[in-house]
Design a protein around this ligand. Structure first.
Ligand SMILES: Cc1ncc(COP(=O)(O)O)c(C=O)c1O
Length: 423
């Protein structure tokens, strides 16, 4: 690796000093990360917290193996979706009783989007954004078809380069579904201001927090939002396939009717009645049997969040992303590498995207050198900065390795052009 700092105004020593003064630095020890890896993909799949394997093992051998069916009561399995939801609540500005764990994020979006639409009968428009994560757009298409009657409902899409929300909002809009932090560029919406605009038009605001929860401070109640969903396998570190969450503002819980009315959302599931009657509160958003093994991994990962102040996480996240962008500007400009993430901290999540020709091959070369990020077609390399386990020295080293790959053109080796199913 190049340790030549002549092209930078910031040297590696400075980064080490920043790490020494970092109050979150000791938290890195609570993660099990492979030697020699700089992990910059926590925005896709968070790292493994120590203690998760033991917790899952305990659930398997003790709660399942020994407790058997008794564990639904004795180990609190039946109420897990709500009790774990209550532990997510402080990360998103929610109150106890407002968050329910669900299935995949896509399924949870369907569950609450239908509820939101039903609260505005007669209105025929859903707004989302062109750059939204595709599953959101696909799920909304199904909602349009399902609730449209003879004619599908209308979809209007905003975009960072126009049209704006103000251009498309009117009194025919029922629901607005936006992802708070853009999955590609890391651009962040102003949650309070957007929600205010949407309410002014009389519509319902639903936020996708996939790239926000545990990455940036989120205050759903402070913003007076209506619904939200998010995943727990990114910055929360809940593990591959860990359950999503749904948030329904307390004021809507009496009226809101979910799309999927499963038995565990019934008022009296163990009365096995023939007709559906929604449970009171957020419980009606439950569907069927929860995925307890995934839930137990998530629970163990939340132990770390019990001890961490998200305000400190945000401070460090902004320092890391700023450092990365500065080093990229100073050292990689000659290869036409362009930072596409907003420089304004108020508009930036916890990731940075770089536009670069042949980004896929360059990313594969980087991964081979131990710097793990990912690639989003057509031309973006994404780097996520999870402040619990990424250091300032990691950032410096990652840019130095990237510079070396571009200087030597090692990325041109044919094996780096071979595409896997997941990029
Ligand atoms: C913004 C956003 N929403 C939804 C999803 C998809 O979630 P799931 O695969 O859990 O349904 C993702 C996945 O990365 C995402 O980035």
């Amino acid at each position: 690796m190049s340790t030549d700092a002549s092209a930078s105004t910031i040297d590696r020593e400075t980064c080490i000093e920043l790490d020494a003064a970092d109050p979150l630095a000791p938290i890195r020890e609570r993660f099990s990360l492979p030697e020699g890896v700089i992990y910059l993909d926590g925005n896709s799949l968070g790292a493994l917290p120590r203690g998760v394997a033991e917790r899952v093992q305990h659930v398997i051998t003790e709660e399942w193996g020994t407790g058997l069916i008794r564990s639904w009561n004795e180990a609190g399995w039946f109420t897990k979706p709500a009790t774990v939801g209550d532990r997510i609540a402080p990360l998103i500005g929610a109150a106890p009783g407002e968050v329910m764990m669900g299935d995949s994020t896509s399924a949870s979006l369907f569950q609450v989007a239908v509820a939101g639409m039903r609260m505005r009968p007669g209105r025929r428009v859903i707004i989302s954004e062109r750059g939204n994560f595709p599953t959101d757009l696909y799920v909304l298409e199904a909602v349009q078809e399902l609730l449209g009657g003879d004619e599908p409902l209308e979809r209007r899409l905003i975009a960072d380069n126009g049209p704006t929300l103000a251009d498309v909002l009117d009194d025919d809009v029922a629901l607005v579904v936006l992802t708070h932090v853009d999955y590609r560029t890391g651009r962040m919406h102003d949650m309070a201001e957007v929600t205010r605009q949407v309410h002014e038009a009389g519509a319902i605001m639903l936020w996708d927090l996939a790239h926000s929860v545990a990455a940036v401070p989120v205050d759903l109640n402070g913003a007076n939002a209506d619904f939200a969903i998010g995943c727990t396998y990114k910055y929360v570190n809940g593990g591959p396939g860990s359950p999503s969450f749904m948030w329904v503002a307390e004021r809507h819980q009496g009226e809101a009717r979910p799309a999927l009315t499963g038995w565990q959302g019934h008022a009296r599931p163990f009365d096995f009645e023939v007709d559906y009657e929604p449970a009171p509160g957020i419980t009606r958003f439950r569907v069927g049997t929860p995925q307890l093994l995934s839930m137990s991994a998530l629970e163990a990962s939340l132990d770390i969040w019990d001890d961490v102040d998200v305000a400190l996480v945000r401070e460090k996240s902004l320092r890391l992303t700023e450092l990365f962008m500065t080093l990229v500007d100073e050292r990689l400009g000659q290869w036409g590498v362009e930072v596409v993430t907003p420089r304004d901290p108020a508009r930036r999540g916890s990731q940075v995207a770089l536009r670069i020709d042949d980004g896929y091959a360059v990313m594969q070369a980087l991964i081979e050198r131990g710097v793990i990020g990912d690639f989003r077609a057509p031309d973006l390399m994404r780097f996520g900065f999870a402040p619990l386990y990424v250091s300032h020295a990691d950032v410096w080293d990652a840019v130095a390795i990237l510079e070396d790959i571009l200087t030597t053109e090692s990325w041109r080796e044919p094996r780096f052009a071979k595409r896997g199913a997941v990029t």
